[in-house]
Write a new protein. Structure first.
Length: 92
């Protein structure tokens, strides 16, 4: 198997965004996202019509005087949920 690159496009003007991916077994799945600002945090809410449901909420915040990007995410798929936190630190 080779590598695959995926590009996601999000509109930050308040209009909905749609990213389409190949589905296992053929066809495709549309992931629909809305982006909004909540204070200094960019919030991306994504849903998809999957069996059992799909919802992901990501919160992107710049912190530590612009030295860190913190991404907090919550995802729910088919009744299961998970939370993740990623911190990206700018090198000096």
């Amino acid at each position: 198997m080779g590598s695959r690159t995926t590009t996601l496009v999000y509109r930050i003007d308040g209009s909905a965004s749609k990213n389409t991916f190949p589905a296992p077994g053929g066809g495709s799945i549309d992931f629909n996202s809305n982006v909004e600002w909540s204070g200094q945090t960019l919030v991306i809410t994504t849903t998809a019509d999957l069996s059992g449901g799909f919802k992901q909420v990501e919160r992107w915040t710049v912190s530590d005087g612009g030295k860190q990007l913190v991404v907090n995410g919550d995802i729910a798929v088919s009744g299961q949920s998970a939370t993740a936190k990623m911190v990206y630190t700018k090198k000096s």
